[in-house]
Write a protein of this length. Structure first.
Length: 478
């Protein structure tokens, strides 16, 4: 049997950038020749706050400096300096990620793109927006809405996460079941390569198949191939406001059966989300939302069609046939938004249970959704842990969230073991280890298991082509 390469072991063809960073002469002085003073942070107490994202169990190094450029030229200067001095660079957005993909490498330049936050263009005719990477997802959505347009990808952290971070991790969101994920809306990119050259990929047109699709290659690459400094994004006409319903079930299996019936029936909900009992109770405890705590699973469905009430009525019948113990349609748009707000609170509410969470991101075929949720419940019982599950049920993307006390070594060990067992279960069910959070540090071992030795070899070859010195986000993915 061919051994799967361990992605935690550096490719011998690529030198360790962290080892050479300590020898870099006057890194900060060289950076200052092309950056304004306020664009560099060197106070260790300040730079430490840029060391990691929101993931647990992910090591992070101490950055040598944090750079906050505002222009493409400044990013190019940073990358040229890093290449000349052989210093690793870790691109960052808002650090809302959940895989350690934005964690600092030892002695690195943290390249924070948060200040590059301009919406450069909104074109209602071509239905595109041109933006810098630091634009907040929600800000873009609000801006294009003024033109009667919509940017559909909406991660749960949409009010704080950036478009650059969304592109880096290939983010999803609540509306993916109808409108798709970030990758489907990125038409073109401007990317600063490791040596400072500027690469333009993709197009502004509705169609285009010239050459290899380098744009799609950068989406989900977690800053390991280049630094995105501008993006051309596809927009859609703004849909009607959606109406939602909540359906209660006595088991997660029955709720998943309802999901299958809805999708098999040809319905196209704008949202189809699931919250298990643990999640419902956590949300109620945090926000007093009044959700039904007697339910084992709560399914939220929404439609933004011309006649959403009729669509909801049809879905209500399917939920009842699948075993729903209660179906409550929202009376108006305001009540629908309350239901969606409850779903968006899920991860924050689960974190409050024990103070620390490990948020999995396993995606399986819809037909295997029940098997994943039931298996996760068995894993929670086996390890004597609280694991709440919220899910983008319409596309099979689940977020089993392990709640634990990080100060308890034994509980922390059990948390990590349960996390790994959930990923193994997802792969066994024909799924993937990550639907939208990325690989980062947290899932490096599991990436190799999913894509196999040939996949690892080819992907490392791509990395070598774009970043031959291994300076961009070292230690992530591979």
């Amino acid at each position: 049997m061919t051994a799967v390469p361990d992605p935690a072991v550096p490719d011998p063809a690529v030198p360790d950038p962290a080892a050479s960073a300590a020898d870099a002469p006057d890194l900060i002085g060289r950076l200052r020749t092309g950056l304004p003073a306020e664009a560099l942070l060197t106070d260790p107490d300040v730079t430490a706050s840029y060391a990691h994202d929101m993931a647990s169990f992910c090591e992070a190094g101490v950055p040598a400096v944090v750079a906050l450029p505002r222009t493409v030229e400044e990013v190019q200067h940073i990358m040229r300096t890093a290449t000349e001095l052989r210093v690793p660079v870790v691109p960052q957005g808002a650090r809302t990620g959940l895989s350690g993909a934005a964690n600092a490498a030892e002695g690195c330049i943290v390249l924070s793109l948060f200040r590059m936050d301009r919406i450069l263009e909104i074109d209602p005719v071509d239905r595109i927006a041109v933006v810098e990477p630091g634009v907040i997802n929600a800000n873009l959505s609000h801006a294009v809405a003024e033109h009667g347009l919509a940017y559909p990808p909406d991660p749960s952290s949409w009010e704080t996460c950036t478009i650059g971070g969304n592109i880096g991790t290939g983010s999803g969101g609540l509306c993916c079941v109808k409108y798709g994920v970030t990758a489907e809306y990125v038409l073109g990119l401007d990317v600063v390569l490791a040596d400072g050259r500027l690469l333009r990929t993709g197009r502004r047109t509705a169609k285009g198949v010239a050459g290899y699709d380098l744009t799609r290659l950068f989406v989900g690459s977690e800053g390991s191939l280049g630094v995105v400094v501008r993006a051309v994004l596809a927009l859609r006409p703004e849909p009607p406001r959606q109406l939602a319903l909540a359906a209660e079930f006595a088991s997660t299996g029955a709720a998943c059966e309802a999901v299958c019936r809805i999708m098999e029936g040809g319905h196209v909900p704008s949202l189809l989300e699931l919250m298990d009992r643990t999640t419902v109770r956590a949300v109620n405890a945090m926000a007093r939302m009044g959700l039904p705590e007697t339910t084992e699973a709560l399914l939220l469905a929404a439609f933004d069609t011309p006649d959403p009430a009729a669509d909801l009525a049809a879905v209500a019948e399917l939920c009842t046939a699948a075993g729903a113990t209660g179906v409550v349609p929202a009376e108006d748009h305001a009540e629908s938004e309350l239901l969606l707000a409850a779903r968006r609170l899920s991860l924050t509410a689960l974190e409050a249970i024990k103070g620390t969470t490990m948020i999995d991101d396993v995606c399986v075929p819809r037909s295997r959704l029940a098997a994943l949720l039931e298996g996760t419940a068995r894993i929670a019982e086996k390890h004597d842990l609280t694991i709440g599950v919220c899910a983008h049920a319409g596309d099979g993307n689940t977020h089993p969230t392990v709640c634990f006390d990080a100060q308890d070594p034994d509980e922390s060990r059990r948390a990590r073991e349960s996390f790994d067992e959930i990923m193994a279960l997802g792969l066994a069910l024909g799924g993937t280890i990550t639907g939208e959070h990325g690989v980062g540090v947290l899932k490096k071992e599991w990436l190799a298991r999913e894509i196999g030795p040939v996949g690892v070899e080819l992907q490392r070859g791509i990395k070598q082509t774009f970043d031959p010195l291994g300076l961009l986000n070292p230690g992530k993915l591979f």
